[in-house]
Write a protein that binds this ligand. Structure first.
Ligand code: ZN
Length: 339
């Protein structure tokens, strides 16, 4: 039998198979394999092309390619269910069915970390306090022992609204507002947004969140501060973390310290995140400076207290291993869905 005849034979066999497919509900895949598979009928015809004379070959090749594309087009149409029967079928909609569920949102990772930190301190007897995001120089700087021309003002690039009104650079302003309107003892945490006029990069953003803590009573000691923050770190990062305090400087506390936790990524062996030191800095703290008490008419001879403050973004970055702070703000659901 010549190849031309064989091509015709395969074509008519395929048509027969197609008809039986629609009446008997056979599998499209079975037909696909029979004709287009690696050892299928079309492939075996291609093998025979080797024995065709040079003159005939272009003609035969074209006929064979036509057969192949004819078969694959028809099979594809069947496979996608896009046959003429479907087009003619009347569309039936059951209006009583419930709609598909809408994808549920989730709580932002910053809110999750904020809630977790708040709940730890609420269990320790702290209560919540809130301050304004737009505040005056007095509450943001002067009452916190940072007078005009104090070099510490350069540490915080500030957005000014007018000469004395600004976007707060830290949540410490809430301490002053609260102490002005409440007599001691005081035990509060103050969460909120703060603003810095900084270039946006992997590590810094023009706004971020802080939580401030303040405890004022008679005879409050640095040991109590250490005990409270050590408990906090173990609650947030796990019982196995170690803490250490390094002397530091803040205008509103004296003495001041920075607290580190043992690196949660390398278990203190030294990695890139802890810069090979085995320690991660997480917050600043200290005993309230008597000058701050004077600004709110508390008697520094009678009252002592401690304060601490931390960045929520930094905590979230450490807790979840996030390396770019901007991810918290650009609203990419691929990122947010992971929390
Ligand atoms: Zn490390």
């Amino acid at each position: 039998m010549s190849i031309t005849d064989q091509i015709q034979q395969v074509r008519s066999e395929f048509q027969t198979d197609l008809k039986s497919l629609s009446s008997e509900n056979g599998s499209v895949d079975t037909i696909r394999i029979k004709y287009l598979g690696r050892k299928g009928l079309v492939a075996s015809l291609f093998v025979q092309m080797g024995s065709v004379s040079k003159e005939e070959r272009p003609h035969m090749g074209q006929a064979l390619n036509e057969l192949k594309s004819e078969i694959s087009t028809q099979i594809d149409t069947l496979g996608s269910g896009d046959n003429s029967q479907g087009e003619n079928r009347e569309e039936f909609i059951d209006y009583t069915l419930p709609s598909d569920p809408l994808p549920a949102g989730s709580i932002h990772p910053l809110s999750q970390v904020m809630e977790e930190i708040k709940s730890i301190f609420l269990r320790l007897g702290f209560s919540m306090a809130y301050g304004p995001e737009i505040d005056t120089e007095f509450y943001n700087f002067e009452a916190l022992n940072i007078p005009r021309h104090h070099p510490a003002r350069d540490m915080q690039d500030t957005f000014y609204i007018s000469e004395s009104v600004l976007l707060r650079t830290h949540t410490s302003d809430t301490q002053i507002h609260f102490m002005e309107s409440h007599d001691p003892p005081v035990r509060i945490i103050a969460p909120g947004r703060v603003y810095r006029n900084e270039d946006i990069s992997v590590r810094s953003y023009c706004l971020f969140h802080q939580i401030e803590g303040l405890y004022v009573d008679k005879g409050v000691t640095f040991a109590e501060l250490k005990g409270t923050l050590d408990y906090f770190a173990k609650e947030l990062f796990g019982k196995k973390v170690k803490t250490r305090f390094r002397p530091s400087y803040f205008p509103f506390t004296e003495p001041s310290a920075e607290m580190d936790v043992s690196c949660i990524f390398c278990k203190s062996k030294g990695c890139n995140i802890c810069k090979k030191t085995g320690w991660l800095e997480i917050l600043g703290c200290g005993m309230v400076d008597p000058e701050v008490f004077k600004a709110v008419q508390y008697n520094p001879e009678k009252w002592t207290g401690y304060a601490f403050g931390m960045g929520i973004e930094r905590m979230a970055m450490l807790k979840y291993g996030v390396e770019d702070i901007r991810l918290f703000y650009n609203g990419d659901v691929r990122f947010l869905r992971q929390f």
